[in-house]
Design a binder for this molecule. Structure first.
Ligand code: NAP
Length: 350
């Protein structure tokens, strides 16, 4: 079984920020960046980042915050284009049950993000002891409401509720979280397309794409197998032709598996569990895990150690987190476009 290791090895001092702009091909490395090799892609749209087994002391920081901002800027333009052309404003409804502080913060952030791009948000807050029927009533109301294009039931739900029953009640056309069993089932099947992909794993893959990190043919390892992150992340990597292994709490000697990974995604929630010695030199690391330790957020990856071994890494915070919310906005916009047969502009695909 993988063991939990707490160590104060997380630090931002190893961060070396670069900015890689895919659209104009500009590459603006921070002066401290180590060895990188760039070549222009066949499409000419950008450049491919070739990651070498590095003897350089630090990894590229995959800047999720900056990428998420670019995505939000694009969404804002699309939302106003849609409003001007057909008079429709995309709408996202969020149902929050109970007083879980973390959930309330997530919901607040989602609302703020919606406002910042012009998406209308609807929020329902229900008491912890609400009945399942009450939640289902709101889900059904939003399913029928034409001004709502995305419905999100904030998880976790109180233990007396059947999560599966409630998630299944969300109309598959408005399932912007991608948690409906039909969407997950389609994600798992070859030749089928889900209407929506869960936001956090989608954000992980989007970051790999935006940094032109090749997935096809690579050995990818995902730590964690939850329905909302680990499992869909593994499915997405497989759809992109990676060879995927999954590590969970019963996996023996996980470090032997992670050491083979060209791409490592960790979604556990155990601070600093993955040490530098678990990482293959030159690997790309996506750290989904986030936990507050002594007043600051810490990921699953022992950041300072990983920076010396990996070729690229997401920081915590500022890596996957902002991308999750950006993907929720993308999914909501995609849904509104699909429902109203509004064509995508070429730059922003769902
Ligand atoms: P979860 O439902 O608790 O799942 C955790 C997974 O980690 C499980 O599959 C579990 O294995 C596995 N695990 C637990 N201990 C392990 C160990 N010692 N070695 C290997 N695997 C182990 O959590 P989650 O919802 O997927 O979230 C995971 C982390 O990502 C959390 O820190 C969460 O806060 C964070 N998160 C971040 C975002 C974001 O936007 N940045 C979004 C969602 C989640 P079993 O299946 O065997 O129990």
């Amino acid at each position: 079984m993988a063991s939990m290791i707490f160590t104060d090895c997380s630090s931002s001092t190893m961060s070396r920020l670069i900015h890689l702009d895919r659209r104009n091909g500009a590459f603006l490395p921070h002066p401290c960046v180590g060895q990188l090799s760039l070549r222009t892609t066949a499409s000419g749209r950008g450049c491919t980042l070739s990651i070498r087994s590095s003897s350089s002391p630090s990894a590229i920081v995959i800047n999720g915050k900056a990428e998420a901002k670019k995505i939000r800027d694009d969404i804002k333009i699309e939302v106003s284009r849609m409003k001007e052309s057909i008079g429709v404003v995309p709408g996202l409804a969020v149902i929050l049950v109970g007083k879980n502080e973390e959930s309330a913060t997530y919901v607040r952030n989602k609302k703020k993000a919606c406002e910042s791009v012009g998406i209308k948000s609807f929020e329902v807050g229900l008491a912890e002891d609400s009945s399942e029927e009450e939640v289902l009533k709101y889900v059904s109301g939003f399913n029928d409401d034409p001004s709502v294009h995305g419905i999100l039931v904030q998880l976790p739900l109180p233990s007396h509720m059947d999560e599966q029953k409630i998630l299944s009640a969300v109309s598959i056309e408005k399932d912007v979280d991608g948690f409906h069993p039909l969407n997950i089932g389609r994600l798992a099947m070859r030749g089928r397309e889900p209407l929506f992909v869960p936001c956090t794993p989608k954000g992980c893959i989007e970051l790999l794409h935006r940094y032109n990190i090749e997935i096809k043919g690579k050995k990818a390892v995902v730590i964690g197998r939850s329905n909302i992150v680990g499992m869909p992340a593994a499915l997405l990597l497989q759809r992109e032709d990676a060879t995927v292994s999954i590590i969970h709490s019963r996996t023996k000697n996980p470090e032997e598996i992670t050491r083979q990974a060209d791409i490592l995604i960790s979604a556990v929630g155990k601070p600093n569990m993955v040490r530098g010695s678990w990482i293959k030199p030159g690997a790309v690391i996506i750290d989904v895990g986030i936990k507050r330790v002594e007043g600051r957020f810490v990921g699953d990856i022992c950041y300072a150690e990983a920076c010396k071994v990996a070729s690229a890494i997401t920081p915590v915070p500022g890596g996957v987190g902002p991308m999750t919310i950006a993907m929720l906005l993308v999914n909501t916009l995609t849904s509104a476009k699909r429902i109203h047969y509004f064509q995508s502009s070429s730059d922003l695909k769902g």
